[in-house]
Design a protein around this ligand. Sequence first.
Ligand code: 3PG
Length: 391
Amino acid sequence: MKINSISTIKNLAGKRVLLRVDFNVPLKDKKIKDDYKIVAGLETLKLLLTQKAKIIIITHLGDPGGKIDLNLSVAPLAARLQKVIGEKIKFIPETVGKKVEVAINKMQPGEIIFLENLRFNKGELADEIVFAKQLAGLADIYINDAFAVSHRAQASVSAVKNYLPACAGILVEKELQALNKVLKPKKPFVVVMGGAKINTKAPLIAKLYSSASQILVGGGLANNFFKFKKLEIGRSLYDSDSLTVIKKILKGKSQDKKIILPVDVIVKSATGKIFVKKINEVNKNESILDIGPKTIMLYAGYIKKAQTIIWNGPMGKFEEEHFKNGTLAVARLIAARSTGKAYGLVGGGETVEALKASSMMEYVDWVSTAGGAMLSYLGGEKMPGLKKIIS
Ligand code: 3PG
């Protein structure tokens, strides 16, 4: 694979660079809960500053659906970036138009402007030519450093590249290199999959199925497999269309040696009582909210032998004290095996949150800033944001 890299572009001094980042960070009461994505984007920004480019930063935040929603203004992101990079950043409360153009015309080399949430504009979501041309008109060159949103056909990652020379930022390059490693994995190759939605995980399970040694399943995802096996899952979450998806994954078989399911779970009863149950003991009034201790031991056995590991999706409702053990144990096991004995890759918003909660971030080889985009890339889907960026 050839990556059209920022490093091949000479002489950016004084050039207007449209830098698409993905600073779609988790917020609580308008406050940034975790700035991992912002910090991950610093390398490209520092390179552009050294080269004295005029830097115009664009990002989305949340999903305001093409309308202005000041709860989702990116002003706090600009302020946080200014703090972490230690450079002055001018925030403009608009994305395109006169005000933006005037501000850019006044820029000096080495200055940074941060524009308002791209998704306040319908044209962004519709990958609209008019909006893409407006964005492109602001700059001389476009850099995609937003791997995490590159699976979306949206103007700032897709159509804009038709109107400006485009290349990959350092973060996108690193994400691609890390993900490419697990596409040619050293064996045993262990895939740990959790989270809720089977439809978003199915292409990845299908794609990695032949190269994986084991696929360890947890979280809401496991409930779908239990349901498929006609086991009682009580009030637990599952996707109603999951049976068809699982049939496809298993290609008609009823059992599978590679897909490993929990043997015990932590359940909560209708009255709020918490129990450890074997998987055939769950009753109608209970909800499965974590994997159990025997499952942790079972999964540990596989993880401890792995040479390559991918983890996406928590093993349970880890944000609640009683149900965090499975997820945190998996985080520690993967971290203990990574950076040395195995190549460990972790991705997905909640998964990274869990890894952080276990203080294990630095012990994993690559922590992807992407969730859906990582699944999409590894699942072999065509990604609009990578067109003209890789060949
Ligand atoms: C992410 O957080 O996965 C990316 O920023 C993409 O966000 P989206 O799912 O709202 O498009």
